[in-house]
Design a protein around this ligand. Structure first.
Ligand code: PNS
Length: 168
């Protein structure tokens, strides 16, 4: 039997525990999950594409079913080139639905074999997003349970204030 492969695309700027949960649960259903760091033209990112890939790789270093890649271009082009048919996306609330529905239909329009599988987020992550995580962290709030430790360390490094030269 051919292995079942799903792609989980996103900006992951940075990966949150909500994403981690979706990836783990997808890996229980599919033989392989490709976490694809893709470009969302609407977003300006804090982390570079390589940094986002490295962070996700370090979170899933011990998970052979999870592969992490990056791609610039249409998601469905990536899928077509690799004969992948399934897209996984997480749904947090009704407010996500319109955007997700639009993407799912557009992807299927360009690549009719594409099917989008939506996973309902775990309740305790339903309010978590990369955007809100960065904002809370930057303003000194605690995000301990909401992102992997490597991400918290990376954000600390990003937001560390530049050292001021002390005049002698
Ligand atoms: O985490 P995000 O930012 O909500 O993810 C959106 C993403 C990256 C999955 C979407 O913007 C995307 O698929 N980008 C790749 C380019 C593409 O195919 N755009 C058309 C989508 S219908």
């Amino acid at each position: 039997m051919t292995p079942s492969v799903a792609v989980y695309p996103g900006s992951f700027d940075p990966i949150t525990n909500g994403h981690v949960d979706i990836i783990r649960r997808s890996a229980e259903v599919f033989d392989q999950v490709v976490v694809l760091v893709a470009v969302n033209s609407e977003k300006k990112t804090l982390f570079t594409q390589d940094e986002r890939v490295d962070l996700i790789r370090s979170v899933f270093a011990d998970q052979p079913k999870v592969k992490v890649e990056s791609f610039e271009g249409l998601l469905v082009e990536y899928m077509r080139q690799r004969s992948i048919r399934v897209v996984v996306r997480g749904l947090r609330a009704v407010s996500d639905f319109e955007y997700e529905f639009q993407m799912a239909l557009m992807n299927r329009k360009i690549y009719p074999e594409a099917e989008t599988f939506f996973l309902a987020t775990r309740e305790n992550y339903s309010y978590v997003s990369s955007r809100i995580l960065k904002e809370v962290f930057q303003l000194g709030g605690c995000i301990e349970d909401l992102a992997p430790q490597v991400v918290i360390d990376a954000m600390r490094a990003k937001f560390r204030p530049p050292r001021r030269e002390v005049a002698s």
